[in-house]
Design a protein around this ligand. Structure first.
Ligand SMILES: [Zn+2]
Length: 217
């Protein structure tokens, strides 16, 4: 009987190699520990919360990101809990000129904000160069709608709320050489006052810019 011719080893190896590979893959699938470890890659790069302790702290410090700045600000103020019974706001008197925060920051601090934010926020610029942000409710919007209110020295009666640096305007006075005047808008037909420049809320007619001398000032 003739003996079969033995196949060369390389042919045998080529024939069985795919099967061996499949078996090996199946073994890894059953045994996750056997799968070569792949380092976890976060979906988005993480930014160190404290740039000063980072290996690249110098670069981060000169180009801080918005999120890093926000984290730092939060960390600085987070532990403060309001005292029990503390008032929700205090009423204060502040003086200065109303400006747009973005324009003033560039002029006073050399910091340029994006163009679309230049007139987004109102602020009171005090005589010593501080910017006090103003809440823009209906009364605050009055500063935006009437440039005359941004062209004179003002005294504002404001609320400073515990939760925010933004001041809410209660009363507006102009401070002039001849005295202090309370400012608002007046409809002579309806005899009602308004807080911003616009047609009368009642008759839709024109309103007057009213200046009333504050006696005793
Ligand atoms: Zn009216």
């Amino acid at each position: 009987m003739r003996r079969p011719v033995p196949l060369p080893r390389c042919v045998i190896a080529a024939f069985f190699a795919p099967a061996v590979a499949l078996l090996a893959a199946a073994a890894w699938a059953d045994d996750p520990v056997g799968i070569p470890a792949v380092p976890a890659i976060p979906a988005t790069p993480t930014i160190p919360a404290t740039p000063a302790t980072s290996a690249t702290g110098k670069a981060l410090a000169t180009t801080p990101t918005a999120s890093a700045a926000a984290e730092t600000a939060t960390a600085a103020k987070a532990p403060m809990a309001p005292a029990e019974g503390a008032p929700r706001f205090t009423v204060e008197t502040v003086r200065g000129r109303v400006v747009f925060f973005g324009e003033a920051m560039q002029r006073l601090a050399g910091v340029k904000c994006v163009d679309e934010a230049r007139e987004r926020t109102l602020a009171l610029e005090t005589a010593d160069g501080q910017l006090l942000p103003l809440l823009e409710d209906v009364r605050g919007r009055g500063f935006r709608n009437d440039p005359r209110l941004r062209a004179c020295d003002l005294e504002l009666t404001v609320r400073r709320y515990r939760v925010s640096p933004f001041l809410q305007t209660l009363r507006v006075y102009s401070v002039e050489k001849t005295g202090k005047f309370e400012l608002d808008y007046w409809c002579e037909v309806c005899a009602i006052a308004m807080y911003e420049l616009k047609p009368c809320e009642c008759c839709q007619g024109d309103t007057l810019f009213r200046r009333r001398l504050v006696r005793g000032e």
